[in-house]
Ligand binder design. Structure first.
Ligand code: ATP
Ligand code: PAF
Ligand code: BAL
Length: 412
């Protein structure tokens, strides 16, 4: 049975006014989008590491050591492909001695312009850029669809080679892409993969309370997995700088705390959110929307922009700032629900937040000297009735969860 407009409206309001991390309508499962691997067309295929297994302790410890050529590179490029901790350490050592700066851009692959913008920023300011491509099972909840997370190795390799050429041709960069680090789970979790359950035992990094809020409320093991894998990556690569995207704003807060609380000798650089022309934040998951849902997926961005406008217009209190977002989101919902099942798009706002930029705690009033973070998550529900020949997105258009945010900068 599908929720009625008033019920959906009420859920949006409830989530906003209570600052909760889940709307009451939202179910707890978080299916991630499915993926069709793209065929490789090049003559020297980039051999990907095995796709992420559905991890189990037994599987992670059973994996055989990788035996690959010592000097593997991406096709037609000098970009080294490093697969083991030891190979990164060997690559890294001379750069420590010759005082060349090394930047790390951690990714889960399925590269898009957002990732590339981070790599460009890293190349501008560092001698060497290492891009890690690793779908970290520990940050996926047990009900999330780790097995079908997009894995596009050949396309990622081609994108990195293209970008590296662009960086070489542009005289303004200090460095280029020197290496891709694509490890296996057995290498990243040498004691055996600890599992994805909330009560899994293992060596974890917990950055609380920030990791429990908002995204962490919806995805209870998410930031534990992110902080743990990032600490591993930082220890392996020993980067002078690490680059993260503002799109995952709470992740940047968690990483900054990780770096400062564990005295890691690296600088955290946050790159702006790369967006499509209509403002939708680029995300690996957008390909699963299909044209109909893609057109409405900007609803979160529109709501956040309205809240930002309210703030710019002088509003400081939560009700007025977030009320502006609710009004816009309600309007989009009303428009959609007036349409028939073959035309409309259904969505659920999971949360809309106005939070402190350092703690991510909800604010009732914004102190302009500190600023704030407007953020939200929307669940784009599968279409109810497909039109004849309609392209519903990759894998038939599953539920897609999207996030976005706007930083309310502190007054100068
Ligand atoms: N649109 C974007 N603009 C800038 N940075 C981005 C953008 N999208 C992702 N990033 C950053 O790229 C890094 C790797 O992110 P990730 O590989 O998870 O991509 P993603 O598109 O966010 O995928 P997902 O759909 O799983 O959220 C993170 O630091 C993330 O914040
Ligand atoms: C930082 C990260 C690569 C850790 O797996 C991931 O959370 C991501 O892609 O944002
Ligand atoms: N960009 C965040 C990675 C994730 O959603 O798991």
């Amino acid at each position: 049975m599908q929720p009625t407009l008033p019920v959906l409206r009420q859920a949006v309001r409830a989530a906003i006014s209570l600052g909760r991390s889940r709307a009451t309508l939202a179910s707890r499962g978080l299916p991630l989008a499915h993926h069709q691997p793209r065929p490789h067309t090049g003559s020297r295929p980039f051999q990907p590491p095995p796709p992420p297994p559905t991890p189990s302790r037994a599987m992670a410890t059973r994996c055989a050591p990788t035996s690959l050529s010592a000097r593997e590179t991406l096709p037609s490029s000098s970009i080294r492909v490093l697969r083991t901790v030891e190979s990164v350490r060997r690559w890294r050592r001379p750069h420590q001695l010759d005082q060349r700066t090394v930047a790390l851009v951690p990714t889960m692959g399925a590269l898009h312009e957002g990732h590339l913008s981070l790599i460009r920023a890293a190349a501008r300011a560092n001698h060497h850029v290492v891009v890690s491509v690793y779908v970290n099972p520990a940050q996926f909840g047990v009900r999330e669809d780790l097995a079908s997370y997009p894995v596009t190795w050949a396309a990622d390799a081609a994108a990195l080679v293209r970008l590296d050429r662009e960086l070489a041709d542009d005289g303004h960069n200090l460095g280029r892409i020197s290496a891709v680090f694509a490890p296996r789970t057995a290498d990243m979790y040498p004691s055996g993969f600890p599992g994805q359950e909330v009560d899994s035992k293992g060596s974890f990094v917990n950055i609380t309370p920030v990791a429990e809020l908002l995204e962490g409320g919806s995805r209870p093991t998410f930031f534990r997995g992110v902080a743990t894998v990032c600490l591993k990556l930082f220890n392996i690569v020993q980067p002078d700088r690490v680059y993260f995207g503002q799109k995952d704003v709470q992740q940047t807060v968690v990483i900054k705390k990780l770096v400062s609380d564990f005295m890691l000798p690296t600088e955290v650089v946050v790159g702006p959110t790369a967006r499509a022309e209509d403002g939708l934040a680029l995300s690996s998951r957008n390909v699963y929307l299909g044209e109909r849902r893609r057109a409405v997926a900007t609803v979160l961005r529109k709501g956040l922009r309205a809240a930002e406008d309210a703030y710019s217009g002088g509003a400081r209190d939560r009700e007025t700032v977030l009320g502006a977002a609710t009004k816009v989101i309600d309007g989009v919902l009303a428009e959609q629900m007036a349409l028939g099942p073959e035309e409309r798009v259904r969505f659920e706002i999971e949360y809309i937040s106005l939070a402190d930029p350092e703690s991510m705690e909800e604010l009732s009033v914004v102190d302009p000297a500190r600023g704030g973070i407007l953020s939200g998550a929307v669940r784009m529900l599968p279409v109810e009735a497909a039109r004849e020949g309609e392209d519903l997105g990759h894998s038939g258009g599953p539920l897609v969860r999207l996030i976005d945010n706007i930083i309310l900068a502190p007054a100068a």
